[in-house]
Write a protein that binds this ligand. Structure first.
Ligand code: NAG
Ligand code: NAG
Ligand code: NAG
Ligand code: NAG
Ligand code: NAG
Ligand code: NAG
Ligand code: NAG
Length: 301
């Protein structure tokens, strides 16, 4: 179904009157294996069930979103358009819907860049743009500079840009993102350089996914200060050096994957604390913990 049809624009107007638009089509089940880090699965915090507008989502929607979408829907609060076949750029005008809190355009075919103007949305709570074709795909780019523009979004709880073609380095301003942030998912891009030390400021982080990039250098010791981490996915990068012992402090850690790097040592050497905790407090699941190639996977429960 082509969204350019006047019927769809009419529908957007009709449902937009309530400020909520659900055009989400599930592409993955919530039971997906824990090896995947994206917002629609993984941690309990983000096991959302999206209301789906079936009569629209039955066919996958395609075409471009109207470039003036945020101007014609100024009261938009939530826009869920994941799992369709939308293409073209993400309309900059989403920033004109100044109350927008949740924007999910995941699993489409959007191209171009993440509009930096989204950073003017002070109430932005969830920004999920994972699994599109965003970014330049060229090494010299600075596609991640959009992060600098999101630092005024002080309510931001979840940011996923995973599974795109974003290149360049992770800016130091990642440290200035909201301390409310629980999920930062940037895996499956072309990000190089090192993890900024300031990432330790994001003390509420529960899910950190940087897997399948070109990141290098050492893993910052300060990651051990992120006491709420459940998912730490660093696999398939070019990290080197010793695995910081501080990771042993991460008691709630449920999924840790660091395989596919050039790290020295084994996570088993640094996770004594976790093992002790397991053997004392959670005996019933400890036998199911699997370990392979610097990956420690606790069973899903
Ligand atoms: C939309 O927002 C941009 C800034 O992001 C602003 O320059 C423009 O004037 C706004 N347009 C309308 C119609 O409000
Ligand atoms: C995505 O867009 C590209 C061109 O921009 C096109 O070649 C490709 O077929 C599209 N994929 C899907 C799944 O629509
Ligand atoms: C954040 O807000 C401050 C105060 O309004 C403003 O000066 C600054 O330019 C904003 N930063 C960004 C990146 O939008
Ligand atoms: C970002 O945070 C650092 C401290 O971590 C601070 O020095 C810097 O001024 C902040 N930048 C902005 C733009 O707020
Ligand atoms: C961490 O998250 C909790 C719960 O959302 C919130 O109450 C708290 O203010 C956050 N901490 C910081 C430093 O933002
Ligand atoms: C991996 O990192 C090393 C330095 O630690 C560097 O020499 C090498 O070029 C990097 N490889 C890739 C593919 O980026
Ligand atoms: C562990 O690493 C070995 C050697 O690199 C490889 O053959 C094996 O498939 C890896 N196992 C997993 C589960 O990734």
């Amino acid at each position: 179904m082509d969204l350019n049809s006047s019927i769809l624009v009419g529908l957007l107007g009709y449902f937009g009157a309530w400020g909520l638009i659900y055009l989400q089509k599930f592409t993955r089940s919530l039971q997906d294996p824990p090896g995947s880090t994206y917002l629609t699965s993984g941690s309990e915090q983000f096991h959302w069930k999206y209301p789906t507008f079936h009569s629209v989502a039955k066919n996958q929607l395609e075409g471009r979103l109207p470039s003036n979408i945020g101007v014609i829907l100024p009261n938009l609060l939530e826009f869920y358009g994941g799992g369709n076949k939308f293409s073209g750029p993400i309309p900059v005008s989403f920033s004109n819907a100044s109350g927008l809190q949740k924007l999910d355009l995941s699993s489409n075919n959007f191209t171009g860049f993440v509009p930096v103007e989204l950073g003017t949305l002070r109430g932005l709570y969830i920004l999920n743009l994972e699994f599109n074709q965003l970014g330049s795909g060229t090494r010299e780019a600075s596609d991640l500079n959009v992060i600098t523009h999101l630092i005024n979004c002080t309510s931001l709880k979840a940011l996923s840009l995973a599974g795109n073609r974003l290149s360049g380095t992770l800016p130091n301003s990642v440290a200035n993102l909201s301390t409310q942030l629980k999920s930062l998912l940037l895996g499956g891009n072309l990000i190089h350089g090192s993890i900024p030390i300031g990432i330790e400021n994001l003390i509420n982080l529960t899910n950190l996914g940087l897997e399948r990039n070109l990141l290098s250098d050492g893993i910052p010791i300060g990651i051990g200060k992120l006491q709420n981490l459940n998912f730490l996915y660093l696999r398939n990068n070019n990290f080197s050096g010793k695995i910081p012992f501080s990771l042993g402090n991460l008691i709630p850690l449920l999924y840790l994957r660091m395989d596919g790097n050039s790290l020295e040592g084994s996570i088993l050497q640094v996770l004594e604390t976790v093992k002790i905790y397991l053997s004392c407090g959670l005996v019933q699941i400890s036998s199911a913990v699997t370990y392979q190639n610097n990956s420690l996977v606790y069973p899903h429960y």
